[in-house]
Design a protein around this ligand. Structure first.
Ligand code: 3PG
Length: 385
């Protein structure tokens, strides 16, 4: 694909699609990771003398309707308060936008436009008409074939990849194609069902697969243990057994349990085969966490998605903390992705010690599954012409 850095942007109208889909509370951005990751691209375009427009979605509004809670205004305020950029929000842009040199115009949530999600051609052409160069930089939304991520790139005079997207593809490619071994993949989160395809894909390429969180509870049950009130998926026990036969998956030998799902609940440590009917597994026990940490210390490449317990509750955060610290301390090339995973890394301030932090959630998983990301396929097709 063509990279933005190869193009002369001086005086050009440049439309950059970022993934600025960040959490917002009471009108303020609560996690700025995706904004910070997008900034170098925006700043580079401004420095190159482009007339810069930035577009993104935020949340999942009813399409075609303006709703204040999904406005990009908090993101614009963040940029005004935290950067040297001159930024304004434009609500009405489909018929054309005036951009002054040195200014960044953020186009209001693309999902307020009818046809955005179904990649409507008329809308895509309207976006394309705004610019001389379209820059696809939203790795986190590259798995969506929508008008602002895909169709616009088909119709724009020039379509290229931004440095964030290119960097994500390079880092993930490094971990997945020809990785330094052992490659250890650690997949947590609540459900096997939502991660089954990624677990399957990783079982073929990883040397070891570690499971955590609610996912690990299904594996605990698959080993014949009572899991009491724990979050687990009975229907997926055969899948868990199949994965355990295909690959070495370290056993969750001990757990932290509680009787109430609450941040006040004290954690009780017990062997995985001693969980009672009125108890819920909410974290690894210390032995399991230490076993997993030892595996991670030995790894040369690590892929991490999903927390290992209810890390939002301090009493049940230890397993995730031990894992996060082991990854941070390891010399391996480590990649972490997914919203909860990033929140966990943030909780212990370990950002700088992970080799690469992906801005993708769903896109990260689909890339790991080996799926073609439609926005990337579009850029490849444009570059081939
Ligand atoms: C994400 O947060 O994973 C991306 O921004 C995509 O959002 P979506 O799932 O609403 O398309």
């Amino acid at each position: 694909v063509i990279n933005m850095s190869e193009l002369d942007l001086a005086g050009k109208r440049v439309l950059i699609r970022e993934d600025l889909n960040v959490p917002v509370k009471d009108g303020a951005v609560t996690s700025d990771a995706r904004i910070r990751a997008s900034l170098p691209t925006i700043q580079a375009a401004v420095a190159a003398g482009a007339k810069v427009m930035v577009m993104s979605h935020l949340g999942r509004p009813i399409e075609g309707e303006y709703a204040e809670e999904f406005s990009l205004l908090p993101v614009v305020k963040y940029l005004q308060d935290n950067t040297d950029l001159t930024v304004r929000l434009e609500k009405d842009y489909l018929a054309g936008v005036e951009v002054n040199a040195g200014e960044v115009v953020v186009l209001e949530n693309v999902r307020f436009n009818k046809g955005e999600k179904k990649d409507d051609e008329t809308l895509a052409k309207q976006y394309a008409a705004l610019c001389d160069v379209y820059v696809m930089d939203a790795f986190g939304t590259a798995h969506r074939a929508q008008a602002s991520t895909h169709g616009v790139g088909v119709h724009a005079p020039i379509a290229c990849a931004g440095p964030l997207l290119a960097g994500e593809l390079a880092a993930l490619g490094k971990a997945l194609n020809n990785p330094q071994r052992p490659l250890v993949a650690i997949v947590g989160g609540s459900k096997v069902s939502t991660k089954l395809t990624v677990l399957d894909a990783l079982s073929k390429i990883a040397d070891q697969l570690v499971v955590g969180g609610g996912i690990s509870n299904t594996f605990v049950a698959a080993r014949g243990n009572n899991v009491g009130l724990s979050l687990y998926e009975k229907d997926l026990i055969p899948e868990a057994q199949r994965l355990m036969e295909a690959l070495d998956i370290p056993e969750t030998v001990d757990v932290r349990t509680g009787k109430n799902f609450s941040d006040q609940e004290p954690a009780v440590i017990k062997a995985a085969n001693e969980v009672q009917d009125d108890e819920e597994i909410m974290d690894y026990g210390p032995k399991t966490a230490e076993n997993v940490a030892a595996i991670l210390r030995n790894a040369k490449t690590i892929l991490w998605n999903g927390p290992c317990g209810v890390f939002e509750f301090d009493n049940f955060s230890k397993g995730t903390e031990v894992v996060a610290r082991a990854i941070a301390e390891s010399d391996a090339f480590s990649i972490a992705g997914g919203g909860d995973t990033l929140a966990a890394i943030d909780k212990w301030g370990l950002e700088d010690q992970i080799s690469y932090i992906s801005t993708g959630g769903g896109a990260f998983l689909e890339f790991v599954e080996g799926k073609v990301l439609p926005a990337v396929a579009m850029l490849e097709a444009r570059a081939a012409k």
